[in-house]
Write a protein that binds this ligand. Structure first.
Ligand code: GAP
Length: 454
């Protein structure tokens, strides 16, 4: 699961995602909606696993972090204070011939890349979606769909501080939808108009910010590796002074080698005291922290690791996609790490014969208490293995006629095609150990090697 693989063709991946129920175009029966996507039965599991892994690593397993779920609609002053109303814009140009719109900062020349036509002068286009709160659609009632989850954590800084009695350094973590009316879209789920973010706002004493910034860069990079992403396909890219956002003192992107090239999967910024100072000014509330040691009120600095669920899902899918030959037949497989694989185990009775049904159902009922488990008895066992390989199921459990006698079943490992045979009573513990990284050929009592693999 760690060796480097050639970059996958995006078209193949989009086709697999659609065919197998990972991701569909939004409102497809009406022709789709540009840059909006629906996660199907497998996609929703993949996303839930990513979010759960992130929450475990950033909240559940730490003493210095707490969670939050702020509302998407916020007071419009939030976006004035944050600088989004003024500055969250892209420079937009339009082709005078074909009327296609482009981001001028992403164009190489000064002509339309599609038809070579002349372009208009750039105009700033604010990326926030607007709507109205209440029944009257006027200026006074404009609210925005949040373009980042971050602001919910800044404006709740005092609430969290007062209710949790956390001391610096501590962080707030949040997962939720964000919306941006992106000018240039495309590359599948890489740039969407509606997407999910996983953001941390980590509050630290000024002067310790550099140390915490470096800490989080390393921590976040390691997290992607823990999900099975190949290190060689990850890159850290520091922002130059010129490209730093208005609030940032320092910023690194964690880039992934997507099919279209290296691109940002997560941004980690040192936001200094910008956000708390601006919200304190705008709201008139003193957003500070009383330092017991120095007996002074200070405004903490903020380190912000900001990740995208959709871009992580895309990276995982790209990294996992592979084609090889298994049992003399070509196969497509996803080498997804068990922690993110949508289905962890498939239970496959060797035959549809009724005699196998009760035991197969019994095994299935037990395993689904613990993991997303699938049951498949249609078609040949070879085809059923292929179906599971293609969606990244790490383990298949097969029940055969001998199982009725010896109360043992086989476990097949997706990547190596190795198989072992284990007593049903130790099946759950064995699968758990394998998901946690134990080699397949480490056998439980009474178990045996069944097939050597490729
Ligand atoms: N609060 C800081 C912030 O929002 P950002 O770099 O604009 O920073 C953070 O966004 C992450 O959110 C990105 O690294 C990316 O993973 C995700 N993201 C941003 N815009 C996106 C879009 N249009 N579609 C999908 N993901 C997006």
């Amino acid at each position: 699961m760690t060796e480097s693989r050639p970059a996958v063709d995006m078209e193949k991946l989009v086709s697999l995602c659609r065919r197998r129920g990972f991701i569909f175009p939004s409102s497809e029966i009406y022709g789709g909606l540009s840059s909006c996507w629906d996660y199907g039965p497998l996609g929703v599991e993949l996303k839930r696993n990513i979010k759960q892994a992130w929450w475990r690593a950033t909240v559940q397993r730490r003493d210095d972090m707490v969670g939050l779920d702020a509302s998407i609609l916020m007071h419009p002053q939030v976006w004035q204070a944050s600088g989004h109303v003024e500055g969250f814009s892209d420079p937009l140009v339009e082709c005078k011939e074909c009327h296609k719109r482009w981001r001028s900062d992403e164009l190489e020349g000064d002509k339309c890349p599609d038809c070579g036509g002349e372009l208009t002068e750039p105009k700033l286009f604010n990326l926030m979606f607007k709507t109205f709160i209440g029944p009257v659609e006027d200026e006074a009632n404009i609210v925005y769909l949040r373009p980042e989850t971050a602001q919910g954590m800044f404006v709740n800084f005092e609430n969290v501080l007062n209710t949790t009695r956390k001391r610096l350094p501590f962080g707030i973590a949040q997962i939720g939808k964000s919306f941006r009316n992106e000018v240039t879209t495309g590359n599948f789920i890489f740039r969407c108009r509606e997407f999910e973010q996983m953001e941390i706002e980590f509050f630290v004493k000024p002067g310790t910010d550099k140390q915490w910034f470096d800490y989080w860069v390393e921590e976040r990079l390691n997290w992607y590796v823990s999900l099975g992403i190949n290190k060689e396909n990850l890159q850290l890219r520091p922002h130059t002074k010129g490209e730093l956002a208005h609030y940032a003192r320092e910023c690194y992107d964690i880039n992934y080698l997507y099919p279209m090239g290296w691109a940002e999967m997560e941004g980690i910024a040192n936001r200094g005291d910008f956000d708390l100072v601006e919200h304190a000014k705008s709201s008139g509330k003193g957003l500070s922290y009383y330092d017991e040691e120095t007996k002074e009120h200070i405004v903490p600095y903020i380190i912000e690791p900001s990740a995208g669920v959709d871009r992580t899902a895309l990276a995982l899918l790209c990294d996992a996609y592979d084609e090889d030959v298994a049992d003399g037949e070509p196969r497509v497989l996803l080498h997804l790490h068990p922690s993110v694989a949508p289905i962890k185990v498939a239970v496959l009775p060797l035959s549809r014969k009724e005699t196998l049904a009760p035991l197969s159902q019994e095994v299935y009922a037990e395993l689904r208490q613990h993991w997303m488990t699938s049951f498949d008895e249609a078609q040949s066992i070879g085809r059923r293995y292929r179906r599971q390989d293609e969606i990244g199921t790490p383990f298949c459990v097969t029940i055969d006629f001998e199982s009725l006698e010896d109360k043992q079943v086989t476990i097949r490992e997706r990547d190596s095609l190795r198989q072992i045979r284990v007593p049903i009573e130790s099946l759950k513990a064995t699968l758990q150990a394998k998901m946690d990284g134990e080699d397949l050929f480490v056998l439980p009592e009474g178990g045996k090697i069944w097939k050597e693999g490729k």
